[in-house]
Design a protein around this ligand. Structure first.
Ligand SMILES: [Zn+2]
Length: 461
């Protein structure tokens, strides 16, 4: 089937374009095939990811792991002899989990221990923990409709699942994540004293999935934790049978003063317009109890690999190409903001920015944020990607870290891998290196290198 499509597209190219465009098409097609061959047969990103996840380990902003990850990725890019490798200072939030959390469903004298994890940014419970009756809701509106009298003094339990019917799991995530981000403050406004949120995953499992939350100004500040999906089901069932059920939880999380950290940047200088940039990146930080293999060690190592592949194949770029390891995407986005601020103050014109932050799964396309003309130009390269199963060029958006660059007119591209398994591991302790397919990771790196090559050769204006 793919062969037929490719043949048809080659015919279309030969009939509808002048001879020069046709020879460019052939040259591009050959070069992209070399990128994929090199990625799959001489790839290095899998081993770099192994070290980053298993030897460096978790790397929440401000932690010793994050500092090690900065030093390690800098060293990797120096060993690859990129033209310039440097650190960019950034102050980051420094939140720490403290001792492992405890959670219990309590019915009379019966206590059932359940897996919970403090949400990133949450305060601790009182030292002795927090025990109260539970009120379960699925939406903020449902919470408000209950009224202060029914919520006051209780623990609010947000239990709206990610919609399993959504084909794109990021759409399902977007439809549920308000509970995690804003649930605690919404509950506190109604007089609640604690907040428990069903983990953001489509799977039923025993692993709590953390993630950032924020306190709304003016609302009381109450502790918030994620509960595993199996435990959420159990709590919901128990509440239906015994509405007097109580929940107890204890957590020791704390926000320390902001800490100094870094973005890590490697570049290959452009031969024609070195003051124009095309960047590929991922975020170097991960949640504290996760190796962060898919989120987002994958995106970091793929970005380094994209530059390495182009250098290996002897490509001399017109514009300066960069691999950027952004710090602090998970709980502050300070790295992405600092990078864009620096680009602006140094007058570094960024033509395009690619981000890989949806896991190291098999690549299917790129989301594009740009003008209609820019989108048309990028979509015109579809035939060059289709032999590799990459068909989705267009909708889907860029990425959080590169978002701030968008305000400078930079075209934003987000690598879109298959999304079905991402939320099995997202922000959880099971996001480990063994969940990574070497080939799928390498194909993503090759897709990014190919996109960088086309953006560099043809521009996007
Ligand atoms: Zn991420």
């Amino acid at each position: 089937m793919k062969k037929i499509i490719l043949a048809a597209s080659l015919c279309a190219a030969s009939f509808s374009h002048p001879a020069s465009a046709q020879s460019d098409y052939q040259a591009d097609s050959i070069f992209i095939s070399k990128i994929f061959t090199a990625a799959l047969s001489e790839g290095k990103c899998y081993e770099v990811l192994r070290h980053l996840t298993q030897d460096v380990g978790s790397r929440l902003s401000g932690s010793a792991g994050a500092a090690k990850a900065v030093a390690y990725t800098k060293e990797v890019m120096q060993q690859e002899k990129f033209d310039n490798v440097f650190l960019q200072n950034v102050m980051v939030p420094h939140w720490v989990r403290g001792a492992k959390e405890q959670g219990f469903i309590i019915v009379g004298k019966q206590k059932t221990s359940v897996p919970i994890a403090a949400l990133g940014g949450s305060i601790a419970t009182p030292k002795e923990g927090l025990k109260a009756k539970v009120i379960e809701v699925k939406t903020f509106q449902e919470l408000r409709d209950l009224g202060v009298e029914k919520v006051k003094g209780k623990i609010v339990f947000f239990n709206r699942p990610m919609d399993p019917a959504k084909l794109n799991t990021f759409v399902a995530y977007a439809g549920a994540v308000d509970q995690r981000g804003a649930g605690a403050s919404e509950a506190a406004k109604m007089g609640a004293i604690g907040c428990i949120v069903r983990s953001m995953t489509t799977r039923l499992d025993d692993v709590p999935h953390t993630g950032s939350m924020r306190y709304a100004s003016g609302a009381p500040i109450i502790p918030a934790a994620a509960i595993s999906t199996n435990a959420a089901e159990l709590l919901s069932k128990t509440l239906k049978e015994k509405p007097e059920t109580e929940f107890y939880f204890k957590q020791n999380s704390e926000t320390l003063p902001d800490a100094p950290s870094h973005n890590v940047i490697g570049e290959i200088k452009g031969a024609k317009t070195a003051n124009q940039y095309i960047v590929a990146g991922g975020h170097l930080d991960s949640w504290d109890f996760a190796e962060g293999a898919h989120d987002d060690g994958s995106g970091c190592v793929q970005s380094i690999e994209a530059l390495r592949l182009l250098k290996l194949l002897g490509y001399t770029p017109n514009n300066t190409l960069r691999a950027v390891m952004y710090m602090n995407e998970e709980n502050g986005l300070k790295g992405g903001i600092a990078y864009a601020d620096s680009a602006k103050s140094k007058n570094e014109k960024h033509l395009a920015a690619i981000e890989s932050d949806r896991g190291g799964f098999i690549p299917l396309g790129f989301g594009i944020v740009g003008t209609p003309a820019q989108k048309v130009k990028i979509v015109s390269w579809s035939n060059l990607f289709s032999p590799y199963g990459i068909h989705e060029l267009g909708p889907g958006g860029g990425g959080a870290d590169i978002g701030p660059l968008g305000q400078q007119g930079t075209v934003l591209l987000g690598l879109i891998p298959d999304s079905q398994r991402y939320f099995d591991y997202h922000h959880a302790s099971n996001d480990t290196f063994d969940k990574i397919s070497k080939r799928e990771l390498e194909l993503g790196a090759a897709a990014m290198a190919s996109m960088m090559y086309l953006l560099d050769k043809y521009g996007v204006e």
